[in-house]
Ligand binder design. Structure first.
Ligand code: COA
Length: 198
């Protein structure tokens, strides 16, 4: 299976063990984890979360299968500099439906890369995997993540009050969804044209 895509200034490649030190450094930061229900994490915790995902993807590639989980590392196309990671995780008992996730390292915030990562996940789910639904969620007060999803066409679908307990408080969880059928043929071809397999 194809393993690297480019879009805008970024490349997206399936995550490997070589990416783990940079992912661990990012997820050890209080700034990056501020709006997440987990973290900051030690390198061991990050490794123990990502390693089974990486091994599962690599086993699928060896066997010529499409992986169940799609975890990508985003880098600056021209320099290879680490920007962050984004992922599509399958929803149990619901083929073609995925949960999205993205985390960018703080030097790369507010440059449009969060939106580009989310758009890449839309491309990957609907164009490459021919999926039909994406699920997103975030802490209600996380304006940047909400805006990223809204810019990519996600629709607010509800709020679960006091869902997460983190950093000494309870936090509402807002739910977002995007159906492939929400996108027009023109939207889908614009998304398909924005990314190239390389
Ligand atoms: C959330 C995150 C992905 C946003 O990425 P980003 O690259 O900064 O986002 P973009 O530059 O694409 O900006 C997207 C929109 O959010 C807005 N935005 C970005 N940061 C913001 C902030 N701190 N407060 C309010 N709005 C913000 C931007 O202005 C832009 O909206 P606009 O085009 O209407 O002006 C990034 O901050 C991040 O990875 N944070 C740490 C991990 C995390 O929280 N992940 C999400 C968990 S749900």
């Amino acid at each position: 299976m194809q393993q690297i895509w480019t879009g805008g200034d970024l490349t997206f490649s399936y995550c490997t063990v070589q990416d783990l030190p940079e992912i661990s450094r990012m997820l050890a930061k209080e700034s990056v984890c501020r709006w997440m229900f987990f973290g900051p994490n030690t390198a061991e915790v990050t490794r123990s979360y990502f390693l089974p995902l990486i091994e599962g993807m690599e086993a699928a590639f060896r066997e010529g299968r499409t992986p169940d989980c799609h975890v990508f590392t985003a880098r600056i196309r021209h320099s290879g500099e680490f920007v962050g990671q984004c992922a599509l995780l399958p929803v149990d008992f619901s083929p073609g439906s995925y949960l999205i996730g993205y985390q960018l390292d703080d030097p790369h915030w507010r440059k449009g890369y969060g939106t580009l990562c989310c758009r890449f996940l839309v491309y990957f789910a609907f164009v490459v995997l021919d999926g039909h639904r994406l699920n997103g969620d975030t802490v209600a007060d996380h304006a940047a993540s909400r805006r990223v999803m809204e810019k990519c066409g996600f629709v607010p679908e509800g709020c679960q009050r006091g869902y997460w307990h983190a950093r000494g408080g309870d936090h509402d969880r807002v739910l977002y969804g995007l159906l492939k059928s929400d996108l027009s043929t023109e939207d889908l071809s614009a998304i398909a044209g924005a990314f190239t397999a390389s």
